[in-house]
Design a protein around this ligand. Structure first.
Ligand SMILES: Nc1nc2c(ncn2[C@@H]2O[C@H](COP(=O)(O)OP(=O)(O)OP(=O)(O)O)[C@@H](O)[C@H]2O)c(=O)[nH]1
Length: 559
């Protein structure tokens, strides 16, 4: 039979089990030595803790790797040692003899990889939120159905600024006919219609059944009751937004729904002092499409996190020199990791101890042995949540671009990285021309549409590596690396020309907008505030020189 991904998973598991069996005598020898050093006359916390850690690890790994006999014997010994460490029991000669007996039982076990493999169930991974995308070739075509024709038209126009081709429909019948003729990439659907309070989800369900497909769907509604949300979920709704909805939120959701590219996999850092256990979790999560990194030494974690952008940390509870809660506390004291989800994985079942460990700001507790499927689901759900929350914290709600604080942070990070690598960096500050007049003439909502369109133009036209943010009001900041100021100016000029060509329509009147920009380059300006000040000054000059142009700041011509 050809080797498939499942075979390689089983093969890796086999290797880990073999390595566990190989290391077992050495661990038991350490346990024997520690036991020999223990006397009943005085309390010796250090060897007792070390011994506890050995049995604790054996208990967890035994369970994870399917060696039930190891798990059972180590569990009893661990419990006894825990009681001694807590002061609930004295270290009597009888108790020492008991511990030696446990070590002996473990030494005498006849372990075989094959028997453990045979007892293993085949892991299956069913990742939540796998999105079907069978909407046909037109990735930008969206149907929006709402019985309020003004809202349908207005929202469609706004979504147009995000690059979507949105067709508004004010009746369910009109939408049905359109969908039967040509399938859209997604449908945005209201819940309540004259046909009934739940007519929107019913129509979507009927359409899917009729076409034998699943058209991705977002629901929008004034309703916020459980029933409405449940109907939407039953009809296969991907998201539910309460009215009034922001076009930028819908655009973000549509981006997720209609993107054909695979989403960026979750990055999971696994911290476990036992290399085999760490590898085991990594193997399970890798097989589910996540990217993992294993740290066996807690002290290396901050350095690893600096270059591995983790969505979540999976952490062992008991580790020598630095426990899981201690490491969690260290991380929480670093501002960038205050919100990083930390999940403990441990065979600790005592609820009091679990709570204590969580108190330091960790987010969850998974008790060993954990089924691969459950591990994948738990990690996936928490990492997904983290991404959503992070996005809300760092993005501007109108344009979906990075907000003011985030762009400043990112500029600092990018400049520090360019400093190390010797790469060039340019900052462009751009500002819509005569924007006050747009608001005054066409109204604030139209002004908002202009800002959304500019944000979108910047995001779609620039490289993935460029960082775009809304600096404030009608001012945007763009960080470009690996380019000198002249190259950056060429790009910004081309964007400026494209934006000037966009036709906006408000109340039947067409109008155009332009923007001006100021560019400053690193290392000519070597610290973030000097770079921003220089780009801003160049922007100011561009405005004074007549607008609709990009000017470069030079340190010898500062004004
Ligand atoms: N619609 C809308 N307007 C905003 C927003 N933030 C700031 N503004 C408006 O942007 C306008 C900025 O106007 P000014 O700074 O006077 O400059 P300008 O009219 O753009 O003219 P120049 O920059 O000199 O070309 C103000 O009227 C603000 O109220 C926003 O989020 N939405």
């Amino acid at each position: 039979m050809p080797a498939g991904p499942q075979d390689s998973f089983q093969e890796r598991k086999r290797r880990l089990r073999a390595s566990f069996i190989e290391q077992l005598p050495d661990r038991l020898r350490q346990a024997r030595e520690l036991l020999a050093a223990l006397t009943t006359s005085e309390r010796q916390d250090e060897p007792l803790s070390q011994l506890h850690l050995i049995f604790h690890t054996l208990k967890g790994s035994g369970a994870s790797f399917g060696f039930d006999a190891i798990n059972a014997s180590a569990k009893e010994a661990e419990q006894t040692l825990r009681e001694v460490l807590d002061g609930d029991r004295r270290l009597s000669p009888h108790l020492l003899a008991d511990l030696r007996r446990h070590v002996q039982t473990l030494e005498e076990l006849k372990l075989s990889v094959d028997s453990a493999m045979a007892a293993d169930s085949q892991p299956r991974f069913t990742l939540p939120a796998q999105r079907a995308d069978e909407a046909g070739s037109n990735q930008r075509l969206i149907y929006l159905c709402d019985d309020d024709p003004i809202l349908a038209r207005d929202l469609s126009d706004q979504l147009g600024c995000f690059g979507y081709e949105v067709e508004p429909y004010a009746s369910l019948e009109a939408l049905r006919l359109a969908a039967l003729k040509r399938l859209p990439a997604a449908i945005i659907m209201d819940i309540m219609f004259p046909e009934g309070r739940d007519a929107g989800p019913a129509a979507v369900a009927e359409l899917n059944a009729r076409l034998d497909t699943h058209v991705p769907c977002l629901f929008i509604s004034m309703r916020d009751d459980f029933q409405a949300r449940l109907r939407a979920v039953k009809a296969g709704g991907y998201a539910y937004c309460r009215k009034p909805v922001k076009a930028v939120e819908l655009a973000e959701l549509l981006d997720q729904l209609t993107s054909r590219g695979t989403p960026d996999p979750y990055h999971i850092l696994i911290v476990d002092d036992d290399p085999d256990v760490g590898q085991f979790y990594a193997m399970v999560l890798d097989a589910a499409g996540m990217v993992t990194r294993v740290a066996n030494e807690p002290e290396r974690v901050p350095a690893i996190l600096e270059e591995f952008d983790a969505d979540l940390v999976l952490m062992d509870l008991y580790m020598p020199h630095c426990s899981g809660p201690e490491l969690a506390r260290v991380l929480r004291q670093i501002p960038g990791y205050l919100g990083l989800p930390i999940i403990y994985v441990s065979s600790e079942t005592d609820a009091r101890r679990q709570f204590k460990a969580l108190e330091v700001g960790a987010d969850g507790f998974l008790t060993k042995p954990i089924e691969p499927e459950r591990l994948v689901t738990e990690v996936h759900l928490r990492a997904e949540r983290m991404r959503t929350l992070r996005s809300l914290m760092i993005r501007d709600s109108l344009t979906g671009l990075f907000n003011h604080n985030t762009i400043l942070q990112l500029l600092k990070v990018a400049m520090a990285s360019c400093q190390r690598s010797g790469r060039l960096l340019c900052l462009a500050m751009i500002d819509v021309d005569h924007f006050k007049a747009v608001n005054d003439t066409h109204g604030h909502p139209t002004g908002d549409q202009v800002l959304m369109a500019l944000g979108r133009t910047l995001r779609l036209r620039l490289r993935e590596s460029d960082i775009v943010g809304r600096y404030g009001g009608e001012e945007f900041a763009v960080i470009m690396t690996g380019l000198d100021a002249d190259q950056a100016k060429t790009i910004m000029d081309s964007l400026r020309e494209s934006f000037a060509a966009v036709t906006f329509i408000a109340d039947g009147t067409e109008f155009h907008c332009t923007f001006s920009g100021g560019l400053a380059a690193f290392p000519e300006y070597s610290d973030p505030s000097a770079l921003i000040e220089a780009a801003d000054a160049a922007l100011y000059r561009a405005k004074r020189a007549g607008r609709n142009r990009i000017l470069i700041a030079h340190s010898n011509s500062r004004q």
